[in-house]
Write a protein that binds this ligand. Sequence first.
Ligand code: GUN
Length: 296
Amino acid sequence: MTENPKQTEAALIDGKAIAQQVLDEVTQEVCQLTAAGQAQPCLAVVLVGEDPASQVYVRNKLLKCQQAGIQSREHRLAVQSTESDLLGLLETLNRDPQVHGILVQLPLPKHIDEQKVIQAIAPEKDVDGFHPVNMGRLMAGAPDRLVPCTPLGCLIMLRHTLGERLSGKHVVVVGRSNIVGKPAALLALEQHCTVSVVHSRTENIEALCRQADILIVAVGRPELVRADWVKPGAVVLDVGINRVERDGKPRLVGDVAFDEVAAVASAITPVPGGVGPMTIACLLRNTLQAYRQQQG
Ligand code: GUN
């Protein structure tokens, strides 16, 4: 945590700095492996089509791999590629012993069934942690699971901010997606938190959020969470990245109204520079974990 330059009450949870620590740990371990003559970990990233935001995310992932000494392979398929083209590529990558992690950038074009694609990735190479086998292992508390990167990043930030004080806290997760909300809730439960999951159909959502010691917000609705949703002293993690227009200019805002919530919370993640950098760092961490598990 660093002091908030805006003179608000909450401390800023510095996602960039915590992500750099994770990246440094990964880089150091990869360096030791390769110095000992072992194979380099390798991540295959698959992008279908030309969605501009996805292209930026993929470029950043490949760049971070390079910086950490992880080999990466980029596979670009045209937007009109068929589902079986993609499934064929995944079969090849699943069988390739030099590829340790596979990531298919989402969203996929509408004519491709996302669940079918996720289930076609070998669970041991599923660095996104979206395969039902990994979701099941997370549910069961199995040690060899791969955990989705964004909620894993949230958990690391919470451990960094609260340490052992995480135990027993009431975590309210806003949003119930397979990518963030559900796995975030399971990870918090594993840390001995009391967990509530609220969503678009929840009655009296503000009152439930106000009970949270820790609020994790992942709904994709710009500045949904206002100051009167937050208990004084709560820790707030904002997973949202929403492109909006303010005073005629494009801006990125989270799912939390930052300025007013920062006046109430004890600690808060900024957008950008909060949860975002943690997601990529955790992708590299997962790639290294997948590699280790495959090397036995
Ligand atoms: N698109 C947006 N977030 C993600 C993510 O975490 N993984 C993948 N594969 N695609 C995404």
